[in-house]
Design a binder for this molecule. Structure first.
Ligand code: 5GP
Length: 183
């Protein structure tokens, strides 16, 4: 799906597919350098991080493994509840592993700060975070994100895996959702 397919649902185009891929390539080069000689486990947070995981993983030239977790955050609204519940857990034993959590977006930071703490208690050698987007104005807790893509304003964004009520995940780029869609 292209921006032109949902033009009236957007107030702003933030990043095109090409800009996203260029940013992921930059992050991949840093990850390759930092994890040379190891085989990190990329942990994707369903469902929003599916596109980031798919493109980042293919961009990386070092061996990696992938696993997935699903945690509840937003439901169908646009506000973070702060309540985190595991809907699907990892299948991988984390003992001695270098874990990289792959996230689409950090808003309040509540989900990730909880998730990092949770994974750290499972015997991982290290736990770092890659997040494509971050809303610095919205942070309720500080999360140390080693690999950060773009900082964005405090608006509700969709596309490239990010949904509103399960729609728009297949938009190639990322844009700001028009308020008339959710009000
Ligand atoms: P946090 O706990 O950091 O507030 O929220 C993280 C999760 O909320 C993200 O993984 C994502 O699922 C959802 N989220 C936060 N901001 C947005 C946004 O602007 N658009 C969409 N579609 N989801 C968001």
């Amino acid at each position: 799906m292209e921006f032109s397919d949902i033009e009236s649902d957007l107030t702003e185009i933030l990043f095109t597919e090409d800009e996203i891929h260029a940013k992921l390539a930059e992050l991949a080069r840093r990850i390759e350098a930092d994890y040379a000689g190891t085989k990190p486990l990329l942990v994707g947070v369903l469902r929003g991080a599916v596109m980031v995981m798919a493109d980042l993983a293919r961009e990386l030239t070092i061996p990696i493994e992938m696993d997935w977790m699903a945690v509840s955050s937003y439901g169908s609204g646009t506000q973070s509840s702060g309540v985190v519940r595991i809907l699907k857990d990892l299948d991988t034993d984390l003992h001695g592993r270098h874990v990289i959590i792959v996230e689409d977006i950090i808003d309040s930071g509540l989900t990730l700060s909880w998730l990092r703490g949770n994974l750290a208690t499972r015997g991982a050698e290290s736990v770092e975070i890659v997040a494509l987007l971050r809303k610095p104005d919205a942070a309720k807790v500080e999360v140390d994100v080693k690999y950060e893509g773009f900082q964005i304003p405090n608006a509700f964004v969709i596309g490239y895996g990010l949904d509103y009520a399960e729609q728009y995940r297949n938009l190639r780029g990322i844009g700001v959702l028009a308020p008339h869609v959710y009000s």
